[in-house]
Design a binder for this molecule. Sequence first.
Ligand SMILES: O=C(CO)[C@H](O)[C@H](O)COP(=O)(O)O
Length: 227
Amino acid sequence: MAQINPSILSADFARLADEAEAVRGADWLHVDVMDNHFVPNLTLGVPVVESLARATDTPLDCHLMIEQPDRWAPQYVEAGAGSVTFHVEAAAAPVRLAREIRAKGARASMALRPATPIEPYEDLLPELDMVLIMTVEPGFGGQAFLDIMLPKIRRTRELISKHGLGLWLQVDGGVAASTIERCAEAGADVFVAGSAVYSADDPAEAVRALRARAEAATATAPWACRH
Ligand SMILES: O=C(CO)[C@H](O)[C@H](O)COP(=O)(O)O
């Protein structure tokens, strides 16, 4: 089943509880944590995640675009995140970090910037619950989808299948009605969408429409019935 995770980067930060409610029916709420070091933008931190976790029933998928994720990621699990994604480019000890996130009770996920290949990290896959392939340079919403990431999505899906793993494959950046089918056909099954959801008149309906497109595109894919 395709999962749609609206990114609150495109939401009104003064009304986060209402904006979470506006996408009721979404699989997860994608929370972009940026530190103005790993990426040139600054968003929110642990206290906001704690408040948001109390304010919504939708599980939180925290994407840490920060330096020193080894130090900070466990705190996001304690704050209530159900899934925590760290960037492998920033992690000092990714295996230890993934194990710590899982041991604390959350799903562990590794993100790759557009210029980072998946192949060097093949041996890490069994330690993870999800891989996030960035389809824009991380830092800002509303950017154009990078088509040149499609081969990396395909390659990552091949490696997941080769190892017989059930981990999810998430894409983030420029995901919209015009791009989601290509991502799904390439092997993605979890889709982050910010502007495409929050700029819609009815964000909950935008989530349903994106999910229908992704599911139609992957109906015949053998990996698409894992969850
Ligand atoms: O991680 C991100 C940016 O670094 C955002 O989640 C992403 O860009 C979503 O926004 P949009 O769907 O508008 O591209």
